[in-house]
Ligand binder design. Structure first.
Ligand code: OAD
Length: 256
């Protein structure tokens, strides 16, 4: 039998005293759906690569077919998976009218949306958005061919506008975050009462700076994660639980 979920009493108090809540989700949010976290070892074709070495402009410049194949594989994997109980609990929480609720994610999957949530900001872009690497013209999802099986190299398609290569619409190491998304997240951090950081190692800035900013503006910061992170020491409340166990339990407790 799994251990019963124990909600920190301070967290229930903090929620009762909050009129606005923002969830910052990271890769751990989707782990129980079967999406490997970013820093998990990779399997299969990709076992010999580190994600950090593929998610970069340098990797793209050196070998676009390799990077394209990896992203198509990741997109295909996510399409075959389903939102977990944590995603669904957040969607239900967001639908309550007594609260100003937002979700800001570092994840490039679409599992929050498929659970029924509106995402205020995808800070690191999306696996399902594509654009020209040269002229930035968006390329519709319907124009992208997803192979039935994983390949280690696939030539990216060409842009209809300028003939440049189509690239994944994700943020790579060394690239700037999309400004409107980051500004929207910034604005929330200035006024929100409570920030829940779910499933992030809090290692990658500027996203990792958002809860610290919220804290400096007076918000309470809660970490929901089975392991210690870079945020742990700065969080007001630390809950060592997984997303798919913690969030439904929290929703039931505050709805009771
Ligand atoms: P990481 O892979 O760095 O960290 C995942 C976190 O999830 C870890 O702290 C785990 O302990 C935690 N975790 C694992 N299973 C969990 C579960 N079931 N429930 C809750 N937490 C769980 O992922 P991120 O912090 O999201 O950026 O990584 C941030 C960014 O690093 C990514 O968006 C990506 C990468 O660089 C870009 O690609 C730009």
């Amino acid at each position: 039998m799994p251990n019963p979920v124990q909600i920190p009493p301070l967290l229930l108090d903090a929620i009762r005293h909050s009129r606005s809540v923002s969830v910052l989700s990271g890769a751990g949010m989707s782990a129980e759906s079967g999406v490997p976290t970013f820093r998990d070892a990779q399997t299969g074709l990709w076992a010999r690569f580190r994600p950090d070495d593929l998610a970069s402009p340098e990797a793209w410049d050196a070998d676009p077919a390799l990077v394209w194949a990896w992203y198509l594989w990741r997109a295909k994997l996510v399409r075959e998976l389903e939102p977990n109980a944590g995603h669904r609990a957040l969607a239900e929480w967001a639908s309550r009218r007594d609260l100003d609720f937002s979700i800001i994610t570092q994840n490039v999957d679409d599992l929050h949306e498929r659970a029924g949530s509106e995402v205020l900001a995808h800070l690191h872009g999306s696996l399902f958005a594509f654009r020209c690497a040269d002229c930035d013209a968006p390329s519709p999802l319907s124009s992208i061919e997803f192979p039935a099986e994983a390949h280690d190299r696939i030539d990216p398609p060409r842009c209809d506008e300028c003939g440049g290569l189509i690239r994944p619409g994700v943020v790579w190491f060394g690239e700037s975050l999309p400004l409107p998304e980051f500004q929207a997240a910034h604005e929330v951090m200035e006024t929100v009462d409570l920030v829940l950081v779910v499933g992030s190692s809090s290692m990658v800035f500027p996203a990792a700076g958002l809860p610290l900013m919220a804290r400096s503006f007076g918000a309470s910061v809660v970490e929901i994660n089975p392991s210690d992170t870079q945020l742990t020491e700065s969080a007001h409340i630390v809950w060592r639980e997984t997303a798919a166990r913690a969030l439904p339990a929290l929703l039931s407790a505050i709805s009771a």
